[in-house]
Design a protein around this ligand. Sequence first.
Ligand code: GLC
Length: 483
Amino acid sequence: MRILFVSSEVAPFAKAGGLADVSHCLPKALAALGHEVHVVTPMYRQAEKCGILSEFTGRTVRVPISHRTEEARLYRSRIGDSVTVHLIRKDELYNRSGLYGNEYGDYEDNAERFIFFSRAVPELCLELDINPQIIHCNDWQTGLTPLYLKSLYRDVPRFKEARSVFTIHNLGNQGIFWSLDMHLTGLGWEYFTIDGIEFHGHINLMKAGIIFADRITTVSHKYADEILTPELGFGLDGVVTSRRRHLSAVLHGVDYERWDPSNDPCIPANYGVVDSKPKALCKEALVKRHRLDSGDSGPVVAMISRLVNRKGFDLLAEVFDRLIAMGLRFIIMGKGEDRYHGFLEKMSEKYPGRLAVSMPFDDEEAHRIQAGADIFLNPAKYEPCGLDQLYGLRYGTIPVVRATGGLDETIEEYDPDTGMGTGFKFREYSGGALAACLEKAVGFYGEQEHWERLMKNAMEKEFSWESSAREYERIYESTLKGV
Ligand code: GLC
């Protein structure tokens, strides 16, 4: 098949979250199955520093936006040897310090930035003579592309056979803008209705993707059920429900070329399931580097996460003193809301040697944290899929997670009677439930036989991108057949 994968962030060119990793690994895995895969993404400032060269093709694309037509330069790069990446260079829109915003909040012209991007996709196909059968869009930043294919480009011969797939990675961000931005889209007001992109008097770009794509997918089966409910549908549960017949779920894989402790060049000692003893050296090095108390036999708990409410930092703040009293040491990496930065700063002063905070996000350090910690914690309010708990599994760093979305789906509760399971889960969104769950984990940590069993179970789990890519392949095939 000829597949065009459209994403607003693709590692290593730019990354704000898990979407970037998926947008790197899935196209690569699809290409490995023999498909012709092109990726399209904006060219942000980060692309220049990512270590991979992007070349100017000498070509430009002309994109209608509002009553104007603007030009963007087309750059080209690759993922592996087989995936071509097209980067849309339009410095006024994308050459900024952040992808979606800065310390003051979201960029005010995000509507224009991503309407432009969504419209550049069909224009780029025309300009570069790309003939995709499947156009796979991701999250709100690309939500208008499926609608363009069904409206302004419907009668363009090149797209006659093309079908669109739209993946929801996080329904919590929908790309909602005031209705006066409608002129940017080039679409008539007939699309500004309840069956179109209108949402409480505003434009909703996520809604466009959900309604107009031929198929929709999301990133875990549990999350697919959750977005049908008012609690996690964020106002679009009715819309998602109306398209339920066309909704499927595919879990992520892990890039084990990058995330495997037996040959990870970033970590101080390599280890695997047969001999996990060198993990202790990784822990020792981590504890030392971050000046945590050494000579302590208790577990080190890692969090690698944006410091925001939805990742459960409100729960952590509620019971942090209690967790420290349990003898835990913490290492937390990530950036986010000021109040949580402030909180962590205060806690690290209050509990020297018990809490280390590492900011901003650093990929190599993330590997060392996964290798050196004993427990990986994610108490998220919701988590569509999540990748870090999957890395934790492979590194024998036992996940303690809230039973939601992908966390619930990928982690099995440890059963001491059968010796099965890979981690610990709590369901109620409360500090008390989080503390009780960690307490349980700490109990098993004290029983070597159980912990070794858990580590073995965790490290043997396999989440391959190949099997995820095969599932997408089936979805694409049935989309092309119109079923
Ligand atoms: C979003 C979700 C996360 C998911 C990622 C990639 O960041 O919050 O759960 O793993 O997208 O799909």
